[in-house]
Write a protein that binds this ligand. Sequence first.
Ligand code: G6P
Length: 586
Amino acid sequence: MCSIIGYYGDGPAAPILVRGLKRMEYRGYDSVGVATKSDHDIALKKGVGKVDDVNNALHLDNLPGHIGIGHTRWATHGNVTDVNAHPHPSSSGKIAIVHNGIIENYDELKADLQARGYNFKSQTDSEVIANLLQFNYDQCHDIKQSMIRTMSKLKGHYAFVAMFENGMLAAARYHEPLIVGIGKNGFFLSSDVLGFIEKTDDAIYLDNGEFVMLDRIGIQIYDFEGNAVKHQVTKVSKEFADAYKGDYAHFTLKEISEQPDTIIQAGDKSADAINTATDFIKHARNIYITGSGTSYNAALVAKYLWQKHAKIKVEPIISSELSFTPETIDPNSILIAISQSGESADVLEAVKIAKKANAKILSIVNILTSSLAQESAVVIGMGCGPEIGVAATKSFTAQLGIIYKITRKLCDGCINVDSTKISDSVGKVLSDQTKIKEIAKELKDVQDIYILGRAVHYPIALESALKLKELSYIHAEGIPGGELKHGPLALMDSSVYVIIINPNDFTYNDTLTSAREIKARGAKIIGISDKPSDVYDHWIQIPTIDDALYPLIEIIPIQLLSYYSAIEKDTDPDYPRNLAKSVTVK
Ligand code: G6P
């Protein structure tokens, strides 16, 4: 998703902004730009491509001055072009803005402004903010008033930073993240603490419906009516400063490799919240669980585990679907929202709908300062550290780690969540990647992969398919084993690969039969199992563990397979095309 950044201080703004944007690259983007305030006017450079490439070509970091704004764009309105990249100047060039979010009524605002003589160069919704601010400023010649008037006209959700010709920065937050960093020698505005963590760990998290004005006198924060607002300065957790690849070739591989620790530590700092959540779940009449992408797959695992081990029924809902089926939520129920970022717009919308129905919100979230955490009655922190790779890996298993801890409490210890065993087993899968690398070479030219799993292994099949799609761009589909003969069997031939998730548990025999049916049609079989079989063309061995715990182990080889397939195909596993780490637009 778009990242916005602003800097007002003693240092040279442009290199600080470029460095901050680089640290937020993980959010996903297609173009980049920076504008600074020089002695006389606003200087601006922008273009399509990666931060490093555009910087090498245009020297963004050479722009003069100590005040500036920067942006990485993830296109929503208008093609990926240099002109559509941010910052966007107003038609007089006296104000420039960067924006994250969507302005829903930009069409009518644009028509109105054009009729008043304001020119537009881009196809974006964002440019309307620059010209609306300019229009309001031209009327009242007061930055605070022009901000208030502008926000009163904007519909949608947004965070933006505006730089005025006199050097003042003004920024507003409405349902998109915006954080103020307070450094010794300057102030920062950013979508993410990673934008300024190298310079300061003092931050103010703006609330929805607030705006901030920054100049040499200091910071002033207001609500959208213009009333002054006071905020505490928060210390940002130092762990965010660890967001480096270290010796790993990619963040994705680093994050996959951290799992022997992150799974077992998941939720450790939220023991009280896990107890409270368990209590709520035990006594609730209706329980819903929601998430997007990988987090939804974790929600599905919860459904299977709680049903099987604790006889508790929970209804998983894909977050983006709830807007269209709000009647799903019965009053006075519980909604458990799972999200790594805590900023996925679809998840936040689902929470809003559930709150309307008087549901209590419990969340499992990695970023404890996120909007989701703020909206929740009970917050369980995943505690797996920053996840930079766009495709979720360690956050998925941390979510499962917490779900397992809740399961054990719900069923009064009926499953044995043995941390040492889990950690050792994950470590064992990671310790020899030779075979997985060989299989990845074979997958390079494969068009279609199907992944089969029964019961709780079905959500793992779905998550496996998602990983393969995101990282290797191979078409992949997760199938519940029994559904094979109700359609997918028609697709099986020698060009197809099928991954069979087949641990030695109650699903083993049936899944092996499915594998034989597929093999008879000529497809190649990759078996993920602790038990060998002649039906597998490739056997990826996983350690034997308590039946209930297999999902935690069996996803690891598929994460690795997806990663190495991306390497074989020479695509960037950390930043897959067209995807964003936290999707803050609906
Ligand atoms: C995006 C990411 C996925 C992620 C999903 C949910 O689509 O590309 O990797 O699973 O968002 O993100 P969340 O932060 O809510 O878990």
